[in-house]
Ligand binder design. Structure first.
Ligand code: FES
Length: 165
């Protein structure tokens, strides 16, 4: 059987490596559709046209089916994230060091769930599996800035700084 090369990702953004890693783990099987779309959502905060097309093509799923999934589940968003994004790492090291409490406090403070954006479009809340800074766990990305050994209090302070901008 000839080897089929998967399509190129929509950009050279490193987050596409995480997405293609999910597909590779599943052998680019169609059944990986939902999990892959989840990976895009949690990495980028939303799925644009290019993302849905890339995933559908890579997994050999009809585009209409991929859109069907995206529009069916409330978790998925076709709209871009807020002006700021807080990404909480949920990898093992961060989890052991209290990431779940961080999430509870941040969700409570913003009255939002992970994957959502505040109504004013100011802040989106995302999670990542591991951002490669396990020695500084628990970590949070405030936009692209890595904040190490994070506490719920410091996370809330960061959110408040964004709110008054
Ligand atoms: S588990 Fe959080 S940085 Fe690795």
């Amino acid at each position: 059987m000839p080897l089929i090369t998967p399509p190129s990702p929509p950009s050279d953004d490193k987050r596409w490596k995480i997405v293609s890693g999910t597909m590779r783990r599943h052998g680019f099987a169609r059944s990986a559709l939902i999990e892959t779309l989840h990976t895009v959502q949690s990495s980028f905060g939303y799925l644009d046209k290019g993302a849905v097309e890339y995933v559908a093509k890579s997994l050999h799923v009809p585009l209409s089916q991929a859109y069907g999934v995206v529009t069916f589940y409330h978790h998925f968003s076709l709209k871009p994230p807020g002006r700021h994004t807080m990404t909480l790492c949920l990898g093992t090291a961060c989890f052991i060091k209290g990431a779940s409490r961080l999430i509870d406090d941040v969700e409570g403070h913003l009255q939002l769930k992970v994957g959502q954006t505040s109504r004013d479009g100011g802040i989106s809340l995302m999670t990542a599996r591991c951002v490669g800074a396990c020695g500084q766990a628990p970590v949070v990305l405030a936009d692209s800035e890595l904040l190490s050994e994070m506490t719920p209090e410091r996370a809330v302070e960061q959110l408040e700084r964004w709110t008054v901008e």
